[in-house]
Write a protein that binds this ligand. Sequence first.
Ligand code: IMP
Length: 150
Amino acid sequence: MTTARPGRVLISEPELRTRIAELGRQIGHDYTTDFIGLASYGAGNRSSGQVRIVSDLAMPVENRHVVVVEDIVDTGLTISYLRRNLEARHPRSIRVCALVDKIERRQVDVRIEYVGFTIPNVFVVGYGFDFGGLYRNLPYVAALDEVVPA
Ligand code: IMP
């Protein structure tokens, strides 16, 4: 049974489209990019504290400039793990892009060179962000509301 549902819209569809196009232009101007996938969350909105690589880069990054495209930086543990992992592959440089930055929740200091939106300490769903696999398909970013049973 679900105990939470999307509430107020934090970032609307037009705002997302505009900002993502801007970030894409900025990064496209500076870099050729490759991608890596990581997972850090278990069910719901609780962090498992464990980070694992679920899909690795197709190309070696040794001596290459790397941009990490991340959905959201929360505690910073995932991006910090990823930076260490990539550094071990000896790229020429590493930069980070995050669509959403939840700066108040930071547990480790991380540098984010390209930030889409900075938001307060709320769990978000929609536009790819999920709550235990739910709400990923919403066309906007919303705060997740706790549902109190009647
Ligand atoms: P961090 O390691 O705490 O910085 O978390 C990074 C990862 O946690 C992100 O890549 C997301 O997959 C997930 N995450 C953190 N906050 C949220 C949220 O508000 N909604 C959905 N997923 C989140």
